[in-house]
Design a protein around this ligand. Structure first.
Ligand code: FAD
Ligand code: UDP
Length: 370
Protein backbone atom coordinates (compact mmCIF):
# COMPACT_ATOMS: atom_id res chain seq x y z
CA UNK A 1 0.00 0.00 0.00
CA UNK A 2 1.45 3.39 -1.03
CA UNK A 3 0.76 6.46 1.08
CA UNK A 4 0.71 8.59 -2.06
CA UNK A 5 0.16 7.99 -5.75
CA UNK A 6 1.63 10.95 -7.61
CA UNK A 7 0.48 11.37 -11.20
CA UNK A 8 3.08 13.25 -13.25
CA UNK A 9 6.85 13.43 -12.69
CA UNK A 10 7.36 17.10 -13.59
CA UNK A 11 8.22 19.82 -11.07
CA UNK A 12 4.90 19.61 -9.21
CA UNK A 13 4.97 15.83 -8.79
CA UNK A 14 8.70 15.49 -8.16
CA UNK A 15 8.89 18.20 -5.48
CA UNK A 16 6.02 16.59 -3.60
CA UNK A 17 7.46 13.10 -3.99
CA UNK A 18 10.79 14.31 -2.63
CA UNK A 19 9.31 16.17 0.36
CA UNK A 20 6.84 13.43 1.31
CA UNK A 21 9.45 10.66 1.03
CA UNK A 22 12.36 12.38 2.73
CA UNK A 23 10.63 14.62 5.27
CA UNK A 24 7.49 12.68 6.13
CA UNK A 25 8.76 9.15 5.51
CA UNK A 26 5.84 8.41 3.18
CA UNK A 27 5.87 5.60 0.64
CA UNK A 28 5.36 7.23 -2.73
CA UNK A 29 4.63 5.88 -6.19
CA UNK A 30 5.23 8.50 -8.87
CA UNK A 31 4.06 7.69 -12.38
CA UNK A 32 4.20 9.39 -15.74
CA UNK A 33 2.65 8.45 -19.03
CA UNK A 34 5.79 9.62 -20.81
CA UNK A 35 8.96 7.52 -20.93
CA UNK A 36 10.93 9.96 -18.78
CA UNK A 37 10.84 12.06 -15.62
CA UNK A 38 11.06 15.89 -15.57
CA UNK A 39 7.78 16.76 -17.27
CA UNK A 40 8.15 19.58 -19.74
CA UNK A 41 11.52 20.54 -18.26
CA UNK A 42 13.06 17.24 -19.43
CA UNK A 43 16.42 17.55 -21.19
CA UNK A 44 18.68 14.95 -22.77
CA UNK A 45 21.77 14.54 -24.92
CA UNK A 46 20.64 14.05 -28.52
CA UNK A 47 22.22 11.67 -31.04
CA UNK A 48 24.99 14.16 -31.77
CA UNK A 49 25.76 14.59 -28.06
CA UNK A 50 24.25 18.06 -27.63
CA UNK A 51 22.16 18.71 -24.51
CA UNK A 52 18.68 19.80 -25.68
CA UNK A 53 15.33 20.56 -24.04
CA UNK A 54 12.81 18.23 -25.66
CA UNK A 55 9.83 20.49 -24.94
CA UNK A 56 11.36 23.87 -25.77
CA UNK A 57 13.74 26.22 -23.98
CA UNK A 58 13.57 26.20 -20.17
CA UNK A 59 15.39 29.01 -18.40
CA UNK A 60 15.32 29.05 -14.63
CA UNK A 61 14.69 32.38 -12.88
CA UNK A 62 13.11 33.29 -9.56
CA UNK A 63 12.90 35.94 -6.88
CA UNK A 64 12.21 33.30 -4.27
CA UNK A 65 15.16 32.49 -2.02
CA UNK A 66 13.21 29.53 -0.67
CA UNK A 67 12.70 28.00 -4.13
CA UNK A 68 16.30 28.60 -5.20
CA UNK A 69 17.73 27.13 -2.01
CA UNK A 70 15.37 24.18 -2.18
CA UNK A 71 16.44 23.25 -5.73
CA UNK A 72 20.08 23.85 -4.82
CA UNK A 73 19.84 20.65 -2.74
CA UNK A 74 19.71 18.74 -6.00
CA UNK A 75 21.92 20.65 -8.41
CA UNK A 76 24.80 23.05 -8.81
CA UNK A 77 24.15 25.98 -11.07
CA UNK A 78 25.58 27.75 -14.07
CA UNK A 79 24.91 31.49 -13.86
CA UNK A 80 22.96 32.51 -16.95
CA UNK A 81 21.05 35.68 -17.75
CA UNK A 82 18.73 35.14 -20.66
CA UNK A 83 18.47 37.60 -23.56
CA UNK A 84 16.50 37.60 -26.77
CA UNK A 85 16.47 39.41 -30.13
CA UNK A 86 13.36 39.97 -32.22
CA UNK A 87 13.40 40.02 -35.99
CA UNK A 88 11.52 43.21 -36.90
CA UNK A 89 11.68 45.31 -40.09
CA UNK A 90 14.63 43.31 -41.38
CA UNK A 91 16.76 43.83 -38.27
CA UNK A 92 17.46 41.87 -35.11
CA UNK A 93 16.70 44.11 -32.13
CA UNK A 94 16.45 43.54 -28.36
CA UNK A 95 13.16 42.34 -26.87
CA UNK A 96 12.03 43.43 -24.19
CA UNK A 97 11.90 46.73 -26.04
CA UNK A 98 14.63 48.97 -24.62
CA UNK A 99 16.62 52.07 -25.56
CA UNK A 100 18.77 50.14 -28.05
CA UNK A 101 15.69 48.61 -29.68
CA UNK A 102 14.26 52.04 -30.43
CA UNK A 103 17.51 53.58 -31.60
CA UNK A 104 18.27 50.66 -33.90
CA UNK A 105 14.75 50.39 -35.24
CA UNK A 106 14.38 54.11 -36.03
CA UNK A 107 18.04 54.93 -36.69
CA UNK A 108 18.00 57.47 -33.85
CA UNK A 109 20.39 58.30 -31.03
CA UNK A 110 17.94 59.02 -28.25
CA UNK A 111 18.75 59.12 -24.54
CA UNK A 112 16.72 57.33 -21.87
CA UNK A 113 14.85 60.58 -21.16
CA UNK A 114 14.06 61.08 -24.82
CA UNK A 115 12.88 57.55 -25.32
CA UNK A 116 10.69 57.86 -22.25
CA UNK A 117 9.11 60.97 -23.79
CA UNK A 118 8.80 59.10 -27.10
CA UNK A 119 6.88 56.25 -25.44
CA UNK A 120 4.64 58.80 -23.76
CA UNK A 121 3.91 60.50 -27.06
CA UNK A 122 3.01 57.12 -28.59
CA UNK A 123 1.07 55.63 -25.68
CA UNK A 124 -2.71 55.38 -25.93
CA UNK A 125 -4.88 56.23 -23.00
CA UNK A 126 -6.57 53.09 -21.70
CA UNK A 127 -8.77 53.77 -18.66
CA UNK A 128 -8.79 50.18 -17.38
CA UNK A 129 -6.11 47.74 -18.46
CA UNK A 130 -7.80 44.38 -19.00
CA UNK A 131 -6.32 42.74 -22.06
CA UNK A 132 -2.91 41.93 -23.48
CA UNK A 133 -3.47 44.63 -26.10
CA UNK A 134 -4.21 47.25 -23.41
CA UNK A 135 -0.94 46.47 -21.62
CA UNK A 136 1.23 47.24 -24.63
CA UNK A 137 -0.63 50.09 -26.37
CA UNK A 138 -0.93 51.95 -23.06
CA UNK A 139 2.85 51.83 -22.63
CA UNK A 140 4.42 52.15 -26.08
CA UNK A 141 1.58 52.84 -28.51
CA UNK A 142 0.12 51.00 -31.46
CA UNK A 143 3.06 51.03 -33.86
CA UNK A 144 5.43 49.12 -31.57
CA UNK A 145 2.52 46.91 -30.48
CA UNK A 146 1.95 45.95 -34.12
CA UNK A 147 5.64 45.35 -34.79
CA UNK A 148 6.47 43.25 -31.71
CA UNK A 149 3.33 41.91 -30.03
CA UNK A 150 0.21 41.67 -32.17
CA UNK A 151 1.31 39.05 -34.68
CA UNK A 152 3.50 37.07 -32.30
CA UNK A 153 0.56 36.73 -29.94
CA UNK A 154 -1.90 35.81 -32.71
CA UNK A 155 0.53 33.13 -33.87
CA UNK A 156 1.33 31.82 -30.37
CA UNK A 157 -2.20 31.74 -29.01
CA UNK A 158 -4.45 31.72 -32.10
CA UNK A 159 -6.13 34.75 -30.50
CA UNK A 160 -5.83 38.50 -30.82
CA UNK A 161 -4.13 40.13 -27.79
CA UNK A 162 -7.43 41.97 -27.20
CA UNK A 163 -8.97 38.57 -26.36
CA UNK A 164 -6.26 37.53 -23.89
CA UNK A 165 -5.88 38.46 -20.24
CA UNK A 166 -3.42 41.27 -19.48
CA UNK A 167 -1.18 38.81 -17.63
CA UNK A 168 0.13 37.33 -20.91
CA UNK A 169 1.96 40.29 -22.47
CA UNK A 170 2.65 41.71 -18.98
CA UNK A 171 5.32 39.02 -18.77
CA UNK A 172 7.45 41.13 -21.12
CA UNK A 173 8.44 44.56 -19.72
CA UNK A 174 9.35 47.78 -21.58
CA UNK A 175 12.54 49.62 -20.67
CA UNK A 176 14.08 52.99 -21.33
CA UNK A 177 17.59 51.85 -20.36
CA UNK A 178 19.93 49.46 -22.17
CA UNK A 179 19.24 46.41 -19.98
CA UNK A 180 18.84 43.57 -22.49
CA UNK A 181 17.99 40.83 -19.99
CA UNK A 182 14.73 38.97 -20.55
CA UNK A 183 14.26 38.53 -16.79
CA UNK A 184 15.32 40.70 -13.85
CA UNK A 185 14.86 38.09 -11.10
CA UNK A 186 17.38 37.86 -8.28
CA UNK A 187 18.29 34.27 -9.09
CA UNK A 188 18.94 33.38 -12.74
CA UNK A 189 20.79 30.17 -13.50
CA UNK A 190 20.68 26.85 -15.32
CA UNK A 191 21.14 23.49 -13.56
CA UNK A 192 24.82 22.76 -14.18
CA UNK A 193 24.29 19.21 -15.45
CA UNK A 194 20.78 19.78 -16.81
CA UNK A 195 17.23 19.46 -15.49
CA UNK A 196 16.92 15.68 -15.82
CA UNK A 197 19.98 15.09 -13.63
CA UNK A 198 18.41 17.38 -11.02
CA UNK A 199 15.13 15.40 -11.15
CA UNK A 200 17.03 12.11 -10.86
CA UNK A 201 18.61 13.35 -7.66
CA UNK A 202 15.26 14.55 -6.28
CA UNK A 203 13.64 11.19 -6.86
CA UNK A 204 16.55 9.01 -5.73
CA UNK A 205 15.18 7.72 -2.42
CA UNK A 206 14.17 4.27 -1.14
CA UNK A 207 10.65 5.55 -0.34
CA UNK A 208 10.08 6.60 -3.97
CA UNK A 209 9.14 4.17 -6.71
CA UNK A 210 8.95 5.45 -10.28
CA UNK A 211 6.76 3.97 -13.02
CA UNK A 212 7.12 5.42 -16.51
CA UNK A 213 5.02 4.78 -19.63
CA UNK A 214 2.05 4.52 -17.29
CA UNK A 215 -1.21 6.40 -17.59
CA UNK A 216 -2.98 6.69 -14.26
CA UNK A 217 -6.18 5.30 -15.77
CA UNK A 218 -4.35 1.98 -16.25
CA UNK A 219 -3.36 1.53 -12.61
CA UNK A 220 -5.85 3.48 -10.56
CA UNK A 221 -7.92 0.41 -9.71
CA UNK A 222 -5.01 -1.97 -9.43
CA UNK A 223 -2.48 -0.30 -7.15
CA UNK A 224 -3.64 0.55 -3.63
CA UNK A 225 -2.82 4.01 -2.26
CA UNK A 226 -4.18 6.36 0.41
CA UNK A 227 -3.96 9.78 -1.22
CA UNK A 228 -3.34 11.05 -4.71
CA UNK A 229 -1.47 14.05 -6.06
CA UNK A 230 -2.62 14.83 -9.57
CA UNK A 231 -0.54 17.07 -11.84
CA UNK A 232 -2.13 16.33 -15.23
CA UNK A 233 -4.90 18.39 -16.87
CA UNK A 234 -7.72 18.94 -14.36
CA UNK A 235 -10.50 18.63 -16.96
CA UNK A 236 -9.19 15.21 -17.99
CA UNK A 237 -9.34 14.02 -14.37
CA UNK A 238 -13.06 14.81 -14.29
CA UNK A 239 -13.71 13.24 -17.72
CA UNK A 240 -14.35 16.66 -19.27
CA UNK A 241 -17.60 16.86 -17.29
CA UNK A 242 -18.05 20.60 -17.93
CA UNK A 243 -16.40 20.54 -21.37
CA UNK A 244 -12.78 20.74 -22.49
CA UNK A 245 -10.52 23.38 -20.93
CA UNK A 246 -8.57 24.96 -23.78
CA UNK A 247 -4.81 24.45 -23.71
CA UNK A 248 -2.43 25.72 -26.39
CA UNK A 249 0.02 23.25 -27.87
CA UNK A 250 3.29 23.46 -29.74
CA UNK A 251 5.15 21.33 -32.24
CA UNK A 252 8.91 21.35 -31.75
CA UNK A 253 11.23 20.97 -34.72
CA UNK A 254 14.70 20.07 -33.49
CA UNK A 255 17.76 20.37 -35.75
CA UNK A 256 21.47 19.83 -35.28
CA UNK A 257 23.74 21.84 -37.54
CA UNK A 258 27.25 21.05 -38.62
CA UNK A 259 28.72 24.30 -37.32
CA UNK A 260 29.62 25.64 -33.91
CA UNK A 261 27.11 28.49 -33.64
CA UNK A 262 23.98 29.48 -35.56
CA UNK A 263 22.14 32.41 -33.95
CA UNK A 264 23.16 35.91 -32.93
CA UNK A 265 21.44 35.46 -29.56
CA UNK A 266 20.29 32.50 -27.43
CA UNK A 267 16.75 33.02 -28.79
CA UNK A 268 15.47 34.92 -31.81
CA UNK A 269 11.75 35.76 -31.89
CA UNK A 270 9.90 36.10 -35.19
CA UNK A 271 6.76 38.15 -34.56
CA UNK A 272 5.88 38.81 -38.19
CA UNK A 273 7.56 36.16 -40.34
CA UNK A 274 7.38 32.37 -40.52
CA UNK A 275 4.94 29.92 -38.97
CA UNK A 276 7.16 29.44 -35.92
CA UNK A 277 7.42 31.96 -33.08
CA UNK A 278 11.06 31.58 -32.09
CA UNK A 279 14.30 29.68 -32.56
CA UNK A 280 16.48 28.69 -29.59
CA UNK A 281 20.11 27.64 -29.65
CA UNK A 282 20.60 25.34 -26.68
CA UNK A 283 24.35 25.65 -26.17
CA UNK A 284 23.88 29.35 -25.37
CA UNK A 285 21.67 28.34 -22.43
CA UNK A 286 23.54 25.29 -21.21
CA UNK A 287 27.11 26.50 -21.75
CA UNK A 288 28.00 23.21 -23.38
CA UNK A 289 31.00 23.25 -25.71
CA UNK A 290 30.53 21.18 -28.84
CA UNK A 291 31.64 21.49 -32.48
CA UNK A 292 27.98 21.16 -33.59
CA UNK A 293 24.98 23.15 -32.47
CA UNK A 294 21.33 22.20 -31.84
CA UNK A 295 18.36 24.50 -32.29
CA UNK A 296 14.61 24.21 -31.91
CA UNK A 297 11.77 25.90 -33.76
CA UNK A 298 8.40 26.29 -31.99
CA UNK A 299 5.26 25.98 -34.12
CA UNK A 300 2.07 26.83 -32.19
CA UNK A 301 -0.77 24.33 -32.51
CA UNK A 302 -4.40 24.09 -31.43
CA UNK A 303 -4.19 20.31 -30.94
CA UNK A 304 -1.51 18.20 -29.27
CA UNK A 305 0.03 17.91 -25.81
CA UNK A 306 -1.38 20.59 -23.48
CA UNK A 307 1.45 23.09 -22.86
CA UNK A 308 -0.16 26.44 -22.09
CA UNK A 309 -3.38 27.18 -20.18
CA UNK A 310 -5.02 30.04 -22.11
CA UNK A 311 -5.59 33.04 -19.81
CA UNK A 312 -8.92 34.59 -20.77
CA UNK A 313 -12.10 35.24 -18.76
CA UNK A 314 -14.30 32.42 -20.16
CA UNK A 315 -11.56 29.88 -19.50
CA UNK A 316 -11.07 31.11 -15.94
CA UNK A 317 -14.81 30.68 -15.41
CA UNK A 318 -14.76 27.13 -16.75
CA UNK A 319 -11.69 26.33 -14.66
CA UNK A 320 -13.46 27.60 -11.54
CA UNK A 321 -16.12 24.94 -12.04
CA UNK A 322 -13.45 22.27 -12.14
CA UNK A 323 -11.67 23.85 -9.17
CA UNK A 324 -14.84 23.62 -7.09
CA UNK A 325 -15.10 19.94 -7.94
CA UNK A 326 -11.38 19.45 -7.23
CA UNK A 327 -11.73 21.10 -3.82
CA UNK A 328 -14.60 18.74 -3.01
CA UNK A 329 -12.72 15.59 -4.03
CA UNK A 330 -11.39 13.96 -0.87
CA UNK A 331 -7.79 12.70 -0.75
CA UNK A 332 -6.87 14.04 -4.18
CA UNK A 333 -4.65 17.13 -4.40
CA UNK A 334 -4.35 19.08 -7.64
CA UNK A 335 -0.97 20.75 -8.17
CA UNK A 336 0.96 22.33 -11.08
CA UNK A 337 0.45 24.18 -14.32
CA UNK A 338 -2.08 21.79 -15.87
CA UNK A 339 -3.96 20.75 -12.73
CA UNK A 340 -4.50 24.32 -11.50
CA UNK A 341 -4.77 25.81 -15.01
CA UNK A 342 -2.21 28.56 -14.35
CA UNK A 343 0.38 29.97 -16.76
CA UNK A 344 3.11 29.26 -14.18
CA UNK A 345 6.86 29.30 -14.61
CA UNK A 346 8.90 26.49 -13.08
CA UNK A 347 9.69 28.40 -9.90
CA UNK A 348 6.01 29.17 -9.32
CA UNK A 349 5.19 25.48 -9.63
CA UNK A 350 7.94 24.60 -7.14
CA UNK A 351 6.60 27.25 -4.73
CA UNK A 352 3.06 25.92 -5.14
CA UNK A 353 4.19 22.35 -4.50
CA UNK A 354 6.13 23.37 -1.38
CA UNK A 355 3.00 25.14 -0.09
CA UNK A 356 0.87 22.06 -0.75
CA UNK A 357 3.43 19.96 1.13
CA UNK A 358 3.19 22.27 4.15
CA UNK A 359 -0.61 22.02 4.08
CA UNK A 360 -0.50 18.24 3.88
CA UNK A 361 1.78 18.02 6.90
CA UNK A 362 -0.42 20.44 8.85
CA UNK A 363 -3.50 18.41 7.96
CA UNK A 364 -1.81 15.23 9.15
CA UNK A 365 -0.79 16.86 12.43
CA UNK A 366 -4.37 18.01 13.01
CA UNK A 367 -5.73 14.55 12.26
CA UNK A 368 -3.29 13.01 14.72
CA UNK A 369 -4.26 15.70 17.24
CA UNK A 370 -0.64 16.72 17.80
P1 FAD B 1 4.47 19.21 -16.37
O1 FAD B 1 5.93 19.49 -16.48
O2 FAD B 1 3.61 19.38 -17.58
O3 FAD B 1 4.28 17.76 -15.76
C1 FAD B 1 3.06 17.08 -15.76
C2 FAD B 1 3.35 15.63 -16.06
O4 FAD B 1 2.14 14.87 -15.89
C3 FAD B 1 3.80 15.39 -17.50
O5 FAD B 1 5.08 14.78 -17.51
C4 FAD B 1 2.73 14.49 -18.07
O6 FAD B 1 3.25 13.51 -18.97
C5 FAD B 1 2.14 13.85 -16.83
N1 FAD B 1 0.77 13.38 -17.03
C6 FAD B 1 -0.27 14.10 -17.53
N2 FAD B 1 -1.37 13.34 -17.60
C7 FAD B 1 -1.02 12.11 -17.14
C8 FAD B 1 -1.73 10.87 -16.99
N3 FAD B 1 -3.01 10.75 -17.37
N4 FAD B 1 -1.07 9.80 -16.49
C9 FAD B 1 0.26 9.90 -16.16
N5 FAD B 1 0.97 11.04 -16.29
C10 FAD B 1 0.34 12.13 -16.78
N6 FAD B 1 9.16 27.89 -17.12
C11 FAD B 1 10.21 28.63 -16.68
O7 FAD B 1 10.32 28.89 -15.48
N7 FAD B 1 11.16 29.09 -17.56
C12 FAD B 1 11.09 28.83 -18.89
O8 FAD B 1 11.97 29.25 -19.66
C13 FAD B 1 10.01 28.06 -19.37
N8 FAD B 1 9.90 27.78 -20.69
C14 FAD B 1 8.85 27.03 -21.13
C15 FAD B 1 8.79 26.76 -22.50
C16 FAD B 1 7.75 25.99 -23.00
C17 FAD B 1 7.68 25.72 -24.47
C18 FAD B 1 6.75 25.49 -22.10
C19 FAD B 1 5.62 24.66 -22.63
C20 FAD B 1 6.81 25.77 -20.76
C21 FAD B 1 7.86 26.55 -20.26
N9 FAD B 1 7.98 26.83 -18.89
C22 FAD B 1 9.03 27.59 -18.44
C23 FAD B 1 6.97 26.35 -17.92
C24 FAD B 1 7.37 25.02 -17.29
O9 FAD B 1 7.45 24.04 -18.28
C25 FAD B 1 6.30 24.63 -16.27
O10 FAD B 1 6.10 25.64 -15.30
C26 FAD B 1 6.63 23.36 -15.49
O11 FAD B 1 7.33 22.41 -16.25
C27 FAD B 1 5.31 22.78 -14.99
O12 FAD B 1 5.53 21.65 -14.19
P2 FAD B 1 4.30 20.70 -13.84
O13 FAD B 1 4.83 19.61 -13.00
O14 FAD B 1 3.17 21.52 -13.34
O15 FAD B 1 3.78 20.15 -15.25
N1 UDP C 1 5.21 38.22 -26.75
C1 UDP C 1 5.13 38.88 -27.97
N2 UDP C 1 6.28 39.12 -28.67
C2 UDP C 1 7.49 38.72 -28.23
C3 UDP C 1 7.58 38.04 -26.99
C4 UDP C 1 6.41 37.80 -26.28
O1 UDP C 1 4.04 39.22 -28.41
O2 UDP C 1 8.50 38.97 -28.92
C5 UDP C 1 3.95 37.97 -26.00
C6 UDP C 1 3.27 36.69 -26.50
O3 UDP C 1 1.88 36.83 -26.33
C7 UDP C 1 3.84 35.67 -25.56
C8 UDP C 1 3.83 36.44 -24.24
O4 UDP C 1 4.22 37.78 -24.64
O5 UDP C 1 3.04 34.50 -25.51
C9 UDP C 1 4.73 35.91 -23.16
O6 UDP C 1 6.05 35.79 -23.67
P1 UDP C 1 7.09 34.75 -23.04
O7 UDP C 1 8.37 34.93 -23.76
O8 UDP C 1 7.07 34.92 -21.57
O9 UDP C 1 6.42 33.36 -23.44
P2 UDP C 1 6.80 31.83 -23.06
O10 UDP C 1 8.29 31.77 -22.90
O11 UDP C 1 6.03 31.50 -21.83
O12 UDP C 1 6.30 31.07 -24.25
Amino acid sequence: MFDYLIVGAGFAGSVLAERLATRSNKKVLIIDKRNHIGGNAYDHYNEEGVLVHKYGPHIFHTNSKEVFEYLSNFTDWRPYEHWVLASVDGQHVPIPINLDTINKLYGTNMTSFEVDAFFESQAEEVPVIRTSEDVVVSKVGRELYEKFFRNYTRKQWGLDPSELDKSVTSRVPTRTNRDRRYFTDTYQAMPLHGYTKMFEKMLDHPNIKIMLNTDYHDIINVIPFKEMIFTGPVDEYFDFKFGKLPYRSLEFKHETLNKEWHLEAPVVNYPNEHLYTRITEFKALTGQQHPKTSIVYEFPRAEGDPYYPIPKPENAELYNKYKKLADETPNVHFVGRLATYKYYNMDQVVAQALTVYKKLTEKEKEEKGT
